[in-house]
Design a protein around this ligand. Sequence first.
Ligand SMILES: Cc1ncc(COP(=O)(O)O)c(C=O)c1O
Length: 281
Amino acid sequence: MTDPIVYLNGQFLPLGEAKVSVLDRGFLFGDGVYEVIPVYGGKPFRLAEHLQRLDNSLAGIRMTSPLTAEQWSDLFDRLIRGDHDQSIYLQITRGAAPKRDHAFPKETPPTVFAMCNPIAPIPASGVRAITVQDIRWDWCHIKAVTLLANVLLRQQAVEQGCAEAILVRDGQAIEGAASNLFVVVDGILVTPPKGNRILPGITRDLVVELAQANAVPCQERDIAAEELSRAAEVWVTSSTREILPIVELDGRTVGNGSPGPVWARMNRLYQEFKETLRRGG
Ligand SMILES: Cc1ncc(COP(=O)(O)O)c(C=O)c1O
């Protein structure tokens, strides 16, 4: 298989030739942010929303976007190949300073990297998950490349034969290690409110928007960890896993052990929304 073409600091080049300095602050400190943007029918999905979140993440670490929205869009068009489902990964770090120092370097250009990958098929029958203690920092609204806590928690799930870890902090179920959380309790769809404890997911926002537009009762409020065990449905959402039902949590069956009716409805609305985009609507 040929090396895919990626973008690095103004150049398009084969992945194997894309190299960054060992002094890059992304490598040394995890000092950078990233985005993952799904691409359907050759078009980035919810691009404006993803670029807005990128700007917010950059502002959160006191950086500004090195490219305009138009430049990002042109760059993505050059990376996207074919019309199969794929996703753009982009990462911006505070660059490679002459020496390792925690304080921000002066006049160091950022490192800008982007690549496009196929999206793995999503298991329609649902997946298993575990709950774990949220050991992350206090600024989870920033999509930072510093993902060690998320990596360790997801690995814990994988080692228990699960696809995701649901993070619990101060008695509240917060989100997944790489996804947002939805539950159906007493017939109402519930997701935690935005704030610094969760990543403001683009998929989450679209699910809330579609629920509101289609009269599906939906609340943005805290979810007590105990509610997970009585929820009729539990799902996680993300750009590459869309709306993924959890059918077993901590070894206990959720609902009747298969994806529930509210999931089926929201998933249909989500797929229809994607189709409209694919057809150019
Ligand atoms: C911690 C976390 N929460 C939520 C999400 C979902 O965000 P989005 O729907 O924008 O992909 C992600 C995505 O990777 C994530 O890492």
